[in-house]
Design a protein around this ligand. Sequence first.
Ligand code: BGP
Length: 470
Amino acid sequence: MTTEFPKDFLWGGATAANQYEGAYNVDGKGLSVQDVTPQGGFGPITDGPTEDNLKLEGIDFYHRYKEDIALFAEMGFKVYRTSIAWSRIFPNGDESEPNEAGLAFYDKVFDELHKYGIEPLVTLSHYETPLHLSKEYNGWTNRKLIGFYENYVRTVFTRYKDKVKYWLTFNEVNSVLHAPFMSGGILTPPEELSKQDLYQAVHHELVASASATKIAKEINPDFQIGCMVIAMPTYPMTPDPDDVVAAMHAERQNYLFSDIHVRGKYPNYIKRFFRDNDISIHFESGDEELLAENTVDFISFSYYMSVAQAAHPEKYNKGKGNIMGGIANPHLKASEWGWQIDPKGLYIALNDFYDRYQKPLFIVENGLGAVDELITDENGNKTVHDDYRIEYMNDHLVQVGEAIKDGVEVMGYTSWGCIDLVSASTAEMKKRYGFIYVDRNNDGTGTLERYKKKSFYWYKDVIASNGATL
Ligand code: BGP
């Protein structure tokens, strides 16, 4: 392929604190919603942490960060996305004073990254709301969370103002509509949660996000703040206009989030949706101005798959997928977990976002969750021959290149789970995304040793050639 990626393209990888740090109760960390969801984002929650919860220990990045960052540096990462665990900084979420040991940990991580010239890209809230905020306030349904979040982000913006430039306010902010507990710390079971309460929670997160942008710029005007959404292009199942409209309506439930983050106001189509569904969002004075005046610098998104939609979805096979579902597209193959593989969907998503907003875009998650087999090669080294992963990523990056040729401004690409970590939706170890294999099994056994997969060397070459080897 002959695509030229921009000279300063930010190549890297992505992780989230709750899926890999471990040390869930070390150095003053409080519990987060993840510590009581042993079966993943959609499973029942437990009274407290239980032994079968792999996230409690994760892959022990907390104690192995130096070794892991050295491996990222060896691949040539320019950027590294991770999150700060809110409950390391404010164990209950609603205290006024932070936990110094938590702050000190991220100082060490950011310093280590800078040692290798790797720019941190930090998600402020990645599915890890402090559990206390869930139990005491029912998560983001409660407006008080805005104040707690503001206190938290002000603390970390101030502390890391010279160490971190790129920030994301909420991971996959649109996921709260589909996974209210994992994403929004909302304890009310989804089937009992009213649309009114759900969209009010959305409003609180959107106001909090705009407020974070405002606070960020006051602390360091050079900060670059992005929103982060799940991108899932939704194709009409047939050319029947009713199917086309169904697909359009499904996509608008996603665009709602980026529209408000970028354009600073609720779009008209959602006002109609609210009217039709008897939803009336309570705005406090100042909310409208805050949203209008504090829009984001860039749009970031995860991309794993596309879906199809129809006016009568019950007629078709329901596809499996990343948080949001849809209809399975007969033209596409799927991963072992049923996520449909569609590189051109990434090309479409990039073009659609850029046509809509003309803002820089950052792909902050993409990758293939697969079962890997650790083997010993002819030189006696343990490795994984993950050609399927290489093929997946190569095909997707070629499409990024195609979008760049179209003139889409793409800031960078951080592949998801650049080191194997615990799956968000299934809480398993065996669903692996990494270039680096971590010896940990679903039953919790394993040495936690790290091994380079074949894709490690492939990605290293991609980065070194700035995409020319794709
Ligand atoms: C996204 C989440 C990540 C990540 C990824 C892969 O929705 O932001 O946290 O886990 O999906 O999903 P999974 O781990 O369920 O395979």
